[in-house]
Write a protein that binds this ligand. Structure first.
Ligand SMILES: *Cc1c(COP(=O)(O)O)cnc(C)c1O
Length: 345
């Protein structure tokens, strides 16, 4: 086993669910296959997620056997933690500030996280992270980074992966992939998986596809990781409704395009207005932006809240003088800007 998987995970056997009707029909070569839809919500979902994996494989030109599914990508991150962290000597590396959800990952197994401060431009410090990775089992690298919105580019990531030992698994968390992927230099991370590198790429239907309430995320991973993941996860972790909703969302390019365009427009408007008002912003490639409000942000975010506008004060996210604002619809952006101007006047 080339990865630093927990020994008990290596020994674990897979749960064998009953054969789904669809799978049996497929193997028997029947063409009249009824799609898993609202009419079949009384039966267990396809534990293998066959149709969704096939749709993801064809959309991204990947082998469906390299896909894993989760109850949101949060679940995938959590299961990876269970696979790799088992005691006080086990550690994973993450940035700081970075995605808050990584924080609880080592607590149940009694392991630890190593947090690496971002650089002066709020980007992951890949040199420092690579140095820490040598003593770890796992690295969580979100790109774009939440909460900063910054990205690391292909050349920097290539160097980073060359510097990290092969038996350390690097989890590239691309929850905001669709918002960032057109940016020149944004990494073609799936090529790492195709090339057999020690990389897992996680993505989600929660952000650009707008299906957060449905809970479905996915990842592309090396064969040994897919194998172990499928033994550790719950067999029916992605429900039937989520599987069909995700397949439908993957086919709706128009909706995705309009979401991305609306986000770009709103992000541009907020950044421009902030510049006019004399507040700097962090260059973001996600669907939120951090504004340096030049003071502890609680009072300002409370004042916005009283006007019915919810933003995240940065001190809880590791950004002590920022607020993080999610890009809403054009009307919501206008309402935020109006409220911001009035509370800072
Ligand atoms: C939102 C988010 C996720 C998790 O999303 P799910 O809804 O669980 O799929 C993972 N990583 C980052 C960086 C996020 O911002």
């Amino acid at each position: 086993m080339p990865y630093r998987l927990r020994p008990n995970v290596q020994k674990m056997r897979a749960y064998t669910p009953g054969r789904p009707i669809d799978e049996v029909k497929r193997e028997l070569g029947l063409t009249d296959v009824i799609k898993l839809a609202a009419g079949s919500m009384n039966i267990y979902p396809d534990a293998s997620g066959h149709d969704l994996k096939a749709a993801l494989g064809s959309k991204f030109d990947m082998d469906p056997a390299s896909v894993v599914l989760g109850n949101g990508s949060d679940e995938i991150l959590n299961v990876l933690g269970l696979m790799f962290l088992g005691g006080p000597d086990d550690a994973f590396v993450m940035g700081h500030p970075s995605f808050l959800r990584y924080g609880p990952t080592p607590i149940l197994p009694g392991s630890k996280s190593v947090r690496v401060q971002v650089d002066g431009e709020w980007r992951h410090d890949l040199t420092a992270m690579a140095a820490e990775a040598r003593g770890a089992n796992l690295v969580f690298l979100d790109n774009p980074n939440n909460p900063t919105g910054t990205i690391v580019k292909q050349s920097a990531l290539d160097e980073f992966l060359d510097a990290v030992p092969d038996d350390v698994l690097v989890v590239l968390d691309e929850a905001y992939y669709e918002f960032a992927c057109d940016e020149p230099g944004y990494p073609d991370s799936l090529q790492y998986v195709r090339d057999g590198r020690s990389v897992v790429v996680t993505r989600t239907f929660s952000k650009s596809y707008g299906l957060a309430g449905i809970r479905v995320g996915y990842a592309f991973a090396p064969p040994e990781i897919v194998d172990a993941y499928d033994r550790v996860r719950e067999p029916f972790n992605v429900n039937a409704l989520a599987q069909v909703a995700a397949i439908a969302a993957l086919g709706d390019d128009e909706h995705l395009k309009s979401t991305i365009a609306m986000n770009r427009e709103g992000l541009g408007r907020i950044r421009q207005k902030m510049e006019e008002l004399g507040f700097s912003t962090v260059e973001s490639f996600a669907n939120f932006v951090c504004i340096d409000v030049q003071r502890p942000p609680e009072e300002l975010s409370d004042a916005l809240l009283r006007q019915g506008v919810i933003v995240r004060p940065g001190h809880v996210l590791g950004m002590p003088t920022h607020i993080r604002v999610t890009i809403g619809t054009p009307d919501e952006v206008a309402r935020f800007l109006e409220a911001f101007e009035s509370v800072t006047a």
